[in-house]
Design a protein around this ligand. Structure first.
Ligand SMILES: Nc1ncnc2c1ncn2[C@@H]1O[C@H](COP(=O)(O)OP(=O)(O)OP(=O)(O)O)[C@@H](O)[C@H]1O
Ligand SMILES: [Mg+2]
Length: 255
């Protein structure tokens, strides 16, 4: 079976410093995969290399078997991969609905056209309504995104990420800064919106990781030191060493 996402010996230098030092990842279609590791390990950089924000210095990145390394983000997005950011990426002065519709239109390529076809606008509206419901923010349809609570903004961020219909979803710390009950709620939301899709998620909160992931990869200083099931990762000696001083089953804020 062709991997949904495959990285082979991916490297990235910033100046003379090699930050990503030969990463291999193989993520099956429909898998929920968590990328964990200490601060500064290179998790967000890995996402930047996959989503096209940065080009790898070497190595290959394949989406459904097609090389995407070095392509611009919008092309990778049109090929079915969408990512969220560690810091929220919403338009604060647009309404919740408008944020979602923007995302749908963008994924259809509307940035480049001025004369919109009406039926496509209607499709975009319907899709935005659908996502609004999926993320549970129907009651916030016309609220300016900047006025949402933090947890609602993160839910909207997830909605924006999935609105275009991408099959491979990358989420960077979707529950960062949330209370226990907010992140429990976010886990349910992530589960719901990624049914039948492939998910790769950077996450520090181990209860979120162990609650969602089919498999986990551990990144330390730009290298994947282990990829395995949650149970095997929990018992992995190298992983335990990398997390010295913390416990992998600690509920929150394990970094
Ligand atoms: N554009 C850049 N130029 C130079 N160095 C960078 C750049 N982006 C990231 N780095 C460095 O690369 C390393 C990895 O950063 P990255 O943000 O990928 O880590 P991370 O695993 O996402 O950490 P965190 O858990 O804190 O989010 C860090 O040392 C960071 O300072
Ligand atoms: Mg990061």
């Amino acid at each position: 079976m062709t991997a949904a996402l495959e990285l082979r010996d991916v490297r990235k230098n910033f100046g003379r410093t090699e930050i990503i030092r030969g990463v291999d990842l193989n993520i099956a279609p429909g898998e929920r995969h968590a990328l964990i590791g200490p601060n500064g390990a290179g998790k967000s950089t890995t996402f930047n290399l996959i989503s096209g924000r940065m080009a790898p210095s070497s190595g290959t990145v394949k989406l459904n078997g097609v090389e995407i390394g070095g392509l611009p983000p919008y092309k990778i997005n049109r090929m079915g991969l969408s990512r969220s950011f560690q810091v929220t990426n919403i338009f604060h002065r647009l309404s919740v609905f408008e944020n979602l519709r923007c995302s749908v239109l963008w994924s259809l390529g509307y940035r480049y056209s001025f004369w919109h076809r009406l039926e496509q606008l209607r499709d975009a509206r319907e899709r935005a309504e659908e996502v609004l419901e999926l993320i549970g923010l129907q009651g916030r349809h016309d609220t300016l995104a900047g006025l949402l609570t933090y947890a609602e903004q993160r839910a909207l961020e997830i909605g924006i990420t999935i609105a275009g219909g991408a099959e491979v979803i990358l989420l960077d710390e979707p529950t960062a800064g949330m209370s226990r009950s907010e992140s429990d709620h976010a886990v349910e939301l992530i589960r719901r919106v990624t049914v039948g899709k492939t998910l790769v998620m950077v996450e520090h909160d181990m209860s979120v990781v162990f609650g969602l992931a089919d498999r986990i990869s551990v990144l330390v200083y730009g290298e994947v030191i282990a990829t395995d099931t949650p149970q095997a990762i929990r018992n992995n000696r190298r992983v335990k060493e990398a997390y010295l001083g913390t416990t992998l089953d600690e509920p929150a804020g394990a970094h």
